[in-house]
Ligand binder design. Sequence first.
Ligand SMILES: Cc1cc2nc3c(=O)[nH]c(=O)nc-3n(C[C@H](O)[C@H](O)[C@H](O)COP(=O)(O)OP(=O)(O)OC[C@H]3O[C@@H](n4cnc5c(N)ncnc54)[C@H](O)[C@@H]3O)c2cc1C
Length: 529
Amino acid sequence: MAESRTFDVIIAGGGHNGLVTAAYLAGAGLRTLVLEAREFVGGCAVTEEIWPGYRVSTASYLSSLMQDKVVRDLDLERFGYRVDAKDPAFFSPFPDGRHLFMWQDRARTVAEIAKFSQRDAETYPRYEAHLEKLAVVAESLLLTTPPDFPPSGVGDIIEYLKLAGKLRGLSRAEIVGLVKVFTQSAADFLDEWFESEEIKVTLATDGVIGANGGPRSPGTAYILLHHCMGGVGGVRGLWGFVRGGMGAISEAIAASARSRGAVVRTHAPVAKIRVRHGRVSGVTLEDGEEIEAAIVASNLDPRRTFLKLMDATDLPSDFVAGIGKFRSEGTSLKMNLALSGLPEFKALPGSPGPQHKATMHLCPSIEYVERAWDDAKYGRPSRSPLIEMTIPTMYDASLAPVGRHIMGIFLQYAPYTLRGTNWDVEREPYAERVLDVIEEYCPNIRQIVIERQTLTPLDLERRFGITGGNIFHGEMSLDQMFVLRPLAGWAKYRTPVRGLYLCGSGAHPGGGVMGAPGHNAAREILRDR
Ligand SMILES: Cc1cc2nc3c(=O)[nH]c(=O)nc-3n(C[C@H](O)[C@H](O)[C@H](O)COP(=O)(O)OP(=O)(O)OC[C@H]3O[C@@H](n4cnc5c(N)ncnc54)[C@H](O)[C@@H]3O)c2cc1C
C-alpha cells in the first residue's frame, strides 16, 4: 500500500476532464493528485487493446468539441495530440439504393443534396450559416461559469447582462432562431429548412446522439447544435479521428499534467469523499488508504459523487433529493468490431471507398428514428435502431494489424432499464440483431467480423463508472443544462461542502470530449484560494 501523503488537491477520477483540472491546478503550483480507478486514465476517452494488435477507442470515437484554449494552454500537440478531420463527413446509404455524401467542400455537399432536392441544395448554405451564427453564441458560453439561478445579487444580474450582451450582433430572426434551437425538436427545427427526408434524417442524427428522446422530442435541436460546436484545425463543425485513438487525447493531457508536477495514480478507486465540520478533508480508497487534501474535485458523475461516495448526512437533504432526481439513464450502445476487410455497401459497392472514411449512418428517415425511440420509451432495445459506423483504421492504419480494420458502431436506442429482462440476457441476441440490420445494407458484414465487443448501457456503467450508462454524465435536456446543471444554485462547480467541486461532464457545459468542465472547475478552484 502506498504511504499516505498530503496534497493540496485531489482529483477523484482520471477522465479527460479530471486530467484537465489537474493540469491547470498543478500549473498554478498546487500539489495535485489524480486518483483513477481503472488501469489507465481517460475514462470515456480511452484506447484499449481489447484484442492483440487492435487498439480500440472503446467508448468515444470522434473529436471536435475539444476546446482550442485547453489544447493551447496545456500544449497538447507537443504531447502528441493530433486529429485527422473526416472527409467525407457523412455517408448515408438508403434502402432504395441511393446514397448521400456530405463533404468538407461545401460545393460538393450541395451537389449531393441536389440529387434529393434542388430546393434543399439551395437552402443548405443558408442553413449552415444560420447554425454557425447560433453555434458561435452557444460556444461562447462553454468556458463561462453559469451565474446563479435564480439570480441572488447584483453580481449575478451583471453576469446575466453580460450574457445578454453576447446576443449583440444577432438579428431579430437569429435571436428567435436561438430560442427555438434551445427548445425545439431536431425534426421541427429541420422541417423549417428542408423538404427531403434523406437530408433531414442525415442532419437529425446529431440531435439524438446520446439523447433520451427521439427527433420529435423537444430539446433535441439543442443537441444537434451541441454537436456543431468546436471543429478540427480551426474549421467549425468538422469532426475527426484522433491519431492513436481517443486515449491519445487523455494521454496527452496526463503528460501535460505530469510535466507540471501533478501525480497521476491508476488502480486507485476512491471509496469515500470525507467531510469534517462541513469541509472536505480528503478521500479514502477502496483498500482503506486515506489521503488528505483541503480540496477535492470529483470527475465522477453527480449521482456517483454525491449518492455513492458521500454520506447523505454530510449534504443538505434538499440537495441530496435534487441529485436523486438528476436524470442519468442512457440509451446508447457501443459495439466494437475487428474486421478482416471492409463492409461492401449495396448502395455503393467497392472497397476501399470514400464511404469508409465517413461516419456511415444507417437510418432511412426521421420516422424510422422516432419509431426506434418509441421502443426505448417502453423499455425495449430498438428493433430497428439508428446506427452510426466509423472505421478509424481508414485514417490510422497503426490501430490494427496489417490489412485488418476496426469498426465502431454507436447505436441509439438501447435503454438502460429494460422491461421484463436485463442486459446480461439480451446483450448477445441484440448484437446479432444489430448485425442483421447492418447486413441489410452491407451483405458481407458477417463474413468480415473477426471479433466483437458489445457495450450495453449496463456495460458502459460497469466499465467506465458512468451512472446509468449515460454518455454525458446526465441528460443534456434544457432542465439539466447551464444554470441548472447539475442543480439550480449549484452550477458554479462548487457544492454544498466547502472545498468539494465537480469537474466532470455532470457540470456545465456537459458531456463530450471537450475539456470545458475541467477547465472551468480549475478556474473556480483557483478563484476560491
Ligand atoms: C460509448 C460512448 C461514445 C461517446 N462518443 C463520443 C464521441 O465520439 N465524441 C465525444 O466528444 N464524446 C463522446 N462521448 C462522450 C464523452 O466521451 C464523455 O462525455 C466524456 O469523455 C466524459 O469525460 P469526463 O472526464 O467528464 O468523465 P469520464 O470520462 O466518465 O471520467 C470519469 C473517470 O472517473 C473514473 N472513476 C469512476 N469512479 C471512480 C472512483 N470511484 N474512483 C476513481 N476513479 C473513478 C472513471 O474510470 C473515469 O476514468 C461518448 C461517450 C460514450 C460512453
